[in-house]
Design a protein around this ligand. Sequence first.
Ligand code: OOG
Ligand code: MG
Length: 264
Amino acid sequence: MAGPERSWTSEIVAELLLDAEARRTPTEGIASRWPEFDLDAAYRAQDLAVRLRVARGERIVGVKLGLTSVAKQRQMHVDTPSIAWLTDTMELAPGTAVPTDRLIHPRAEPEIVFVLGSELCGPGVTAARAMQSVASVVGGIEIIDSRFTGFSFTLPDVVADNNSSSRYITGSLQLPPDGLDLALEGCLLEVDGQVVDSATGAAILGNPAHALAFAANELAKRGQALEAGWVVLTGGLTEAVPLHPGSRVAAHFTHLGSIVIKAE
Ligand code: OOG
Ligand code: MG
């Protein structure tokens, strides 16, 4: 006879997903097992998980937006952007290979990244106001790694899973935002020497500045603000590409330089 239904909570979800990450073992979607699992419960799980990360010594260094481009929304079958946390252990130093043996099924995606010079606090933040807080713009590659089987999830699932966070790397070229037209900033995505995709910054909600404003306004709903010095990943410009041991992925930007990662 089946045992009693597991009594789900956001705490249980947070621990289950951190454990799946640590054990490199994907799990089935939460939403399919807990029908009441909604976006509020998912963000609670996300916040609890980041508190557990901080308790074990990680430091919050910024946020990452998810599903801000049509390319990503179509690929993942989720049509709403979301926000998640970045910690210091997610940053890959330049030249460091992506350790695929510690990950489940990593993928790479090119992103436009902001570094904040001052605090940015919602609600009511416009794209123009958001850009006043930006000290510099950088190119980046994010390595995502879903804790869900087959990279298959609902919006609450992926939010609880910290938007599939895994690693990220930023380029060495830091440009002031003035004088850059971010909607027109182009990016070529190259995998093992072949250009496989391209996009401009307009792919990100029309302009990555809108993603930054979205981040401030979403965090305000949870009583939080973006802090000076934080890094903001504005979301994958193109579909994410699978990373296998030996893969080499490069993102070539018009003005933000080239970022290259190798997987081992
Ligand atoms: C969700 C992660 C989303 C982005 O840039 O869209 C994300 C996923 O695709 O697994 O980081
Ligand atoms: Mg991303």
